[in-house]
Design a binder for this molecule. Structure first.
Ligand SMILES: Cc1cc2nc3c(=O)[nH]c(=O)nc-3n(C[C@H](O)[C@H](O)[C@H](O)COP(=O)(O)OP(=O)(O)OC[C@H]3O[C@@H](n4cnc5c(N)ncnc54)[C@H](O)[C@@H]3O)c2cc1C
Ligand code: SF4
Length: 511
């Protein structure tokens, strides 16, 4: 005989009081369940800071629920998976009704559905209204499109939600996209003074978590020495307010710029707070729109930022659910190499990779261009098996949850789905990295040398990639220009590039 009680499962990335799980909560007959699962942080080799952030944020949220008198079972340090801990509770207490919000990970969604059917309980999996665009709306939008492209989806979002739309229904400033103004490197002398992002000293709850993580996950990658991430809604809001007041003004123009020992640039550092649902994207966009007027910010920076939240973040989520589980298996180029070991240590001679991976291990953070055009670009050019690369990204960034990590890695960085939502592979030679950073100045390799001992491995592998896929690149107007440059390289040099690339590919761990 099943009890009348309903169980409300809240996952570690669903930490908003306004979340759909708590809607209509009946304090007499509903009970919240939260589970800290030790194995959950082990199925990919997660960065210590990522584990600590989730656990600390969960404990802060649990305290908030207790303050508000929610009946709550909070299982600390469970040796069981989330689903096994859930099963144990349901069976023990004969629960007949489970409420949850759809998980941001396909695997977990399948497992919860399978459990409900195994135990014959009623499952009420609510859609996640944290997002502007529901899954159904995205499917409807995608259904009649020949090509799934961010730009058109983003315009629709702008119109639907009246964001940066003028009184006549046109885009503010007369254009949808200010990307051309937003791609500058830092000045030659360096980035100058950048207002540091706001960070938070660990409180007693976080300190306890840090100790636990250091003991339990001692062999995991990354450091906790600089753990300063926002772990509560209050801190996340402070981070948002600080960003719009001090850092948004230069976000746009230097969005793609990189510089040694400048891990955060002018970026917002809001992704983890958004993804844990400590912040709602609507309040982020509202804050940015108010700051635009209050501080007379450039429209290009404001549009550039809103595009990330209202465009890319919503778009990749839609793509994830549209294409899973296939997205996780796609391997368009049939790449099979293993991820070089130095992705986990930063121990490489390549200055750009060393800096991007080094800061990743220190903070669990790298900005978009470092992820896309440094570590991602290399992984594609070095023909690494996509699932190995995806596991690394999922493990190593504090903001990594599969719905956002996988489309960015497999779809955008690796072209593993053959361009389902990008028109061409994002590849670049060392020349791009030289233009957008100061990395090459301190590197033992030379970005303009294509083969030989001093050649930049990224440059060699870039030309090798173009030579290998020449026919395919020639066939598309979007990529033809890239292979056209091969005409300027003699057949002898092309063959030297291919030989040198083969050597590099066989010695990736030594780079
Ligand atoms: C290979 C690869 C893997 C990535 N993995 C993740 C991930 O696991 N989690 C994650 O949140 N983002 C991921 N991104 C997207 C992006 O790099 C991060 O959102 C961003 O670097 C986070 O830093 P920030 O908060 O300072 O972002 P900002 O540069 O300040 O951007 C503002 C916000 O826009 C959103 N945003 C920006 N770009 C994207 C994007 N491409 N997709 C979705 N949202 C975006 C984020 O919420 C971010 O906080 C990945 C990108 C690449 C290329
Ligand atoms: S020379 Fe090549 S490997 Fe070295 S920093 Fe520049 S792009 Fe990176």
């Amino acid at each position: 005989m099943k009890s009348n009680k309903s169980l409300v499962l809240i996952l570690g990335d669903q930490l908003g009081l306004e979340g759909a799980a708590l809607r209509g909560f009946d304090f007499k007959n509903h009970e919240v369940l939260m589970v800290e699962s030790i194995p959950e942080a082990q199925y990919v080799w997660s960065h210590k800071a990522k584990i600590a952030l989730f656990l600390s944020a969960m404990r802060h949220f649990a305290n908030k629920l207790k303050e508000l008198q929610y009946p709550l079972t909070y299982i600390q340090k469970s040796p069981l998976s989330i689903v096994d801990a859930l099963k144990e509770k349901i069976v023990r207490e004969q629960i007949g009704h489970l409420i949850c919000v759809e998980p941001g990970e396909w695997r977990l969604k399948q497992e919860i559905e399978a459990l409900a059917s195994e135990l014959s309980i009623e499952l009420e999996m609510r859609s996640d209204d944290h997002f502007y665009c529901s899954r159904e709306e995205f499917v409807a939008w995608a259904s009649d499109k020949k090509e799934l492209r961010l730009e058109y989806f983003y315009r629709l979002m702008r119109k639907t939600h009246g964001i940066l739309i003028d009184a006549d229904g046109n885009p503010e400033g007369g254009q949808w996209n200010f990307d051309q103004d937003n791609r500058k490197p830092y000045p030659k002398k360096g980035p100058g003074i950048i207002e540091a992002p706001v960070f938070f000293e660990p409180d007693p709850i976080t300190r306890e978590v840090l100790e636990f993580v250091n003991e339990t996950y001692a062999s995991h990658p990354g450091s906790l020495d600089d753990f300063r991430w926002p772990v509560s809604r209050e801190q996340a809001l402070e981070g948002l307010n600080y960003f719009v007041e001090y850092r948004l003004r230069n976000f746009g123009v230097f969005q793609d710029a990189m510089w040694t020992d400048t891990p955060f640039g002018w970026h917002s550092i809001l992704s983890s707070s958004l993804n844990l649902k400590l912040l709602n994207p609507r309040e982020v966009i509202d804050a940015v729109l108010s700051a635009w007027k209050q501080y007379s910010l450039d429209l290009s920076t404001v549009e550039g930022f809103i595009r990330q939240i209202l465009g890319w973040r919503e778009f990749v989520r839609g793509m994830y659910y549209l294409d899973m589980p296939k997205m996780a298996q796609d391997n368009y180029y049939d790449h099979q190499r293993q991820l070089p070991k130095w992705y986990w240590s930063g121990n490489t001679q390549m200055a750009c990779m060393k800096d991007a991976i080094g800061q990743t291990l220190q903070y669990g953070y790298a900005h978009h261009i470092q992820r896309l055009m440094v570590t991602g670009n290399f992984a594609l050019l070095a023909e690494i098996l996509p699932s190995e690369v995806c596991d690394w990204y999922l493990a190593i960034y504090v903001d990594a949850i599969e719905w956002v990590e996988l489309p960015n890695t497999a779809g955008m960085a690796l072209f593993a789905n053959g361009g389902r939502f990008t028109s061409k592979p994002y590849i670049a030679s060392g020349a791009y990295i030289k233009r957008m950073s100061n990395y090459c100045g301190s590197c033992q390799y030379k970005p303009d040398v294509r083969f030989g001992e001093t050649a930049c491995p990224i440059t060699t592998l870039y030309w090798n990639f173009l030579i290998k896929h020449r026919e395919q690149f020639d066939a598309s107007p979007r990529t033809r220009l890239m292979t056209a440059n091969l005409k300027r390289i003699s057949p002898e040099d092309q063959s030297a590039i291919v030989d040198h690339a083969q050597y590099l590919l066989n010695h990736l761990d030594d780079l």
